[in-house]
Design a protein around this ligand. Structure first.
Ligand SMILES: *[C@@H]1O[C@H](CO)[C@@H](O)[C@H](O)[C@H]1NC(C)=O
Length: 113
């Protein structure tokens, strides 16, 4: 909520960078997907993921199971998905991309801890 407000206020004042826009999208799409604006159920998560993370959604279809992903996100069975849980998913996606694009000749393990 804090981030959301800051971005809305900022919208009138500054032009966003690509990164700021990406953060804004993460937050606003989560709110849009959630009925109460705070948490998602699994249907809402799947809809959000298929719309906003289509490449990742394809790997989900193959595995045919949301369970392991929810577990990775730290969601206990029967619980709804918080923004923090969702952020864990984004974090993992970002680290995977970083690893995949990282110059393997440069050893810099400190970045990955
Ligand atoms: C999730 O919430 C939506 C909207 O309230 C509802 O239509 C859907 O059936 C719910 N899904 C589950 C798995 O509870």
């Amino acid at each position: 909520m804090m981030i959301d407000c800051w971005l809305l206020i900022g919208a009138a004042l500054v032009q966003y960078s690509d990164l700021e826009l990406a953060i804004n999208t993460l937050v606003s799409e989560f709110h849009r997907s959630a009925d109460d604006g705070m948490t998602l159920n699994t249907t809402q998560l799947q809809s959000l993921v298929s719309k906003q993370l289509p490449t990742f959604a394809k790997t989900l279809d193959k595995e045919d199971s949301l369970g392991p992903v929810l577990e990775q996100m730290g969601v206990q069975s029967g619980q709804t998905i918080s923004f923090q849980n969702f952020w864990t998913l984004i974090n993992k996606q970002a680290i995977q991309l970083f690893d995949a694009t990282h110059n393997k000749n440069v050893k810099c393990s400190c970045l990955l801890q």
